[in-house]
Design a protein. Structure first.
Length: 141
């Protein structure tokens, strides 16, 4: 997937800000800042918003920063499930049959049911223990 964003004029950027926040941009917000926010919003429309897990983690980091003005890297968790954007479809052929999994914000959908992990789906399909990312070809063995 690829997204190309053409930046609007200064006037259009200010109007975008007004429509988003119901007020003119503060005098100290320069064009670059507003343009970055504009691009972020376009990316969000195209790729989807942050996962609930990421939002919660950011809220936790902000609270911790407000307390002691530091960010501890131990508090930054690496995503466990989001290997691709929400809505991505993983397709795997196994023993002549095609299996499709859709990545959700809160897990994975397979055959109308939601699973917490790709491994659970791979185990269900094969009847044996599998690393789900390996089974679906999104991680090297």
């Amino acid at each position: 997937m690829h997204l190309t964003v053409n930046l609007p004029s200064n006037t259009e950027l200010k109007e975008f800000w007004r429509s988003k926040f119901e007020q003119a941009p503060f005098y100290y917000l320069n064009k670059i800042f507003i343009a970055k926010y504009y691009i972020y919003e376009k990316q969000k429309e195209f790729f989807g918003d942050l996962s609930n897990t990421s939002k919660k983690q950011l809220d936790k980091l902000i609270l911790n920063y407000e307390k002691d003005k530091t960010i501890n890297l131990k508090d930054v968790q690496k995503s466990k499930s989001q290997i691709f954007p929400v809505g991505t479809k993983l397709i795997r052929e196994y023993k002549g049959q095609i299996y499709e999994v859709i990545i959700l914000d809160n897990g994975y959908q397979y055959s109308g049911k939601i699973y917490k992990s790709l491994s659970a789906i791979a185990n269900y399909i094969t009847g044996t223990r599998w690393n789900g990312k390996v089974f679906f070809g999104v991680k090297n063995q």
